[in-house]
Write a protein that binds this ligand. Sequence first.
Ligand code: AMP
Length: 602
Amino acid sequence: MAVDSPLSSPLGPPACEKDAKALQFIEEMTRNAESVQQRVLAEILSRNAQTEYLTRFQLNGATDRETFKSKLPVITYEDLQPEIHRIANGDRSAILTAHPISEFLTSSGTSAGERKLMPTIKEELDRRQLLYSLLMPVMNLYVAGLDKGKGLYFLFVKSETRTPGGLLARPVLTSYYKSDHFKTRPYDPYNVYTSPNEAILCPDSFQSMYTQMLCGLLDRHKVLRLGAVFASGLLRAIRFLQLNWRQLADDMETGSLNSKITDPSLRECIVKTLKPNPELAQFVCHECSKDDWEGIIVRIWPNTKYLDVIVTGAMAQYIPTLDYYSGGLPLACTMYASSECYFGLNLNPMCKPSEVSYTIMPNMAYFEFLPHEPNLDSTGFDFTRELPPKLVDLVDVEVGKEYELVITTYAGLCRYRVGDILRVTGFHNSAPQFHFVRRKNVLLSIDSDKTDEAELQTAVENASHLLCEHNASVVEYTSHADTKTIPGHYVVYWELLVKDSTNSPDNDTLEQCCLAMEESLNSVYRQGRVADNSIGPLEIRVVKNGTFEELMDYAISRGASINQYKVPRCVNFTPIMELLDSRVVSAHFSPALPHWSPERSQ
Ligand code: AMP
């Protein structure tokens, strides 16, 4: 049997001893995917044997796969609502998990317009950190010398609330950045950030962004990689620089910090490092005052080797803009995770975005896969075969096939449908690798918002009530996530039926319709508009009468069946966009921010 020397790995030569251990761990987990999965399931089921949930399904202490699969149903968030409500309202009994629920993680997926609440337990933080600890050892295989400089990462915390029963509810990254795991992380030369913790942890998004940008500029020659969690976040930082470079340059010129930075610990921390640097101020002014911002990232941060941002899934729409600002730097998508569970990592992070595959780490949870076929309805049930869906285990998925991810976690989710569709691209040892295909039922997304068809329909209906006094109505509509602007915004195309041309809806009314739509959209959308400034005002483009008929003609000319034709509720295909845009008679933007508060409405 071959024995791995500590400084070699089938993945490549590790950069240091610590990396060697991490790579060895990846090898062990992926080689033994099947037995690790079996162990994970047994651990979860035995520790939770007495929970109300497992007792309800009469598992009677069984920890084997067959019994588990035969007795436990595959569920969605909606099925768990009663249990989640009880936990949120203060029931501390062992409902889903034997370990106490430490907090709720608020997912960007919504239910009845509000973020989903995902119960979590303390030890999940260790599991998340374990996955994070594998990322740099993999990256170091592809990019040398990352210990010789720093990473400029725009990382933010978001607002948190408490449930009626007193549990914290906040996004998973906020929970992670505020944890000791992050705050008191040991020094690692491969993972030095330009942003101090005080800047990342400042709850005011302007002050946080301002100081993170300032620190990034002060350290510009040391920056070797630049990133944010999602592509939209990095572009928001570029936009912020466009709007604020003068003030930032003033601070560098004079060595005194802008008075808008009022958070005392943040001020104290930045003031310590800020010294007058007129040369840097002049450089920033020189670069930023140019009309042309192409390649601005490499002009300001000339040693950047890659951008570390997720550009898979809905974020793929930002690739051309990132390429423009970065002069085509490599885009590294390093991991795949969610509030429910962190899933896995990209073992080839410098590959092209279109070739990104994530390797699911078998130690993170127990994974099953629901075959995703066109004849399966939204419940996953194949009515043509009249058989219950057969879920496939991690090591049994087939290359080329698509599946919906189903997880059983240490935090107590059992056979829970995540809603992500993945396609198998290959295997690393016996662990499969997946291309992220899409999230189910998402029509529009700019940042972390996810708007589905039903939400858009309700928004259009609510807004169109305002047309009644003009004796007008919306006869057809479709939508598009416009990411040419930063931040991006939703565009909704409306074809109107105006019965009285002397009283057709005016600009004021249509602007109010935009706002009414925004008020109807889910809380993640409204938070993006109000608190994060990551989504721009919604736009209604009114198109000429007959436009949607032309759209149908076009689809039919390309082979669509006339009987089955349905108006697409979201369009991205360039010829269709061009057709729609050439028929626009007027455009209207939301004139104000919709309502949003961190408190949940239910
Ligand atoms: P949240 O629970 O709000 O953190 O959202 C998690 C969801 O974000 C996942 O279920 C995916 O749909 C999406 N997501 C996370 N990581 C990636 C990735 N690397 N590529 C594409 N989509 C991702």
